[in-house]
Design a protein around this ligand. Structure first.
Ligand code: FEO
Length: 177
């Protein structure tokens, strides 16, 4: 059984994951509007992945007999000065999400709630992968540059990532693989 504090914090995380999904869907729309189709596809897939992160939390709360709550949230930002700025925002957003997951793990550990500690290990590993992924994209943008054909090549690189990472989005199980 989850404590009230743990239930509240997991419910907050549900909303953060949903906000992440809205953010990436909005960013996907911005990319599509700028004819950056590879980035649009990649971010749309990533928005789906964030919904899966949200649903895992809902399933876990339900499995423990707690009440999962979907709250309202602010609209994500929709204007970006450049593709580089957009991916910089994603990278800092993912670092923020990592800090929230770490806070959850800390609370679960403090409460000796080892079931939740184990459940959260999936998110710890996922955040490591996501920071690695987005840092890699940012590095490519800085390396290739966005002048001339640079944007075209970056969009093609990110399109390849969409094909690769899109296969990992389907599992809903809350038990570790
Ligand atoms: Fe659900 Fe991108 O972290």
């Amino acid at each position: 059984m989850l404590s009230k504090a743990m239930t509240d914090r997991l419910n907050e995380q549900i909303n953060l994951e949903m906000f992440s999904s809205h953010l990436y869907l909005q960013m996907s729309s911005w990319c599509a509007y700028k004819a950056l189709d590879g980035c649009a596809t990649f971010l749309s897939q990533h928005a789906d992945e964030e919904m899966m992160h949200m649903r895992r939390l809902i399933s876990y709360l339900q499995e423990t007999g707690a009440f999962a709550i979907i709250s309202g949230m602010e609209a994500p930002p929709k204007e970006f000065n450049s593709l580089q700025e957009l991916f910089e925002k994603i990278y800092s957003h993912e670092q923020f999400i990592t800090s929230k997951i770490n806070e959850l793990v800390h609370l679960a550990t403090t409460e000796s709630d080892y079931s939740t500690v184990q459940f959260l290990q999936w998110y710890v590993a996922e955040q490591h992968q996501e920071e690695f992924l987005f840092k890699g994209i940012l590095d490519k943008i800085r390396l290739i540059g966005t002048e001339g054909q640079g944007l075209f090549f970056i969009d093609r690189e990110v399109a390849n990532l969409a094909v690769t990472t899109g296969k990992e989005t389907t599992s809903m199980s809350t038990t570790p693989a």
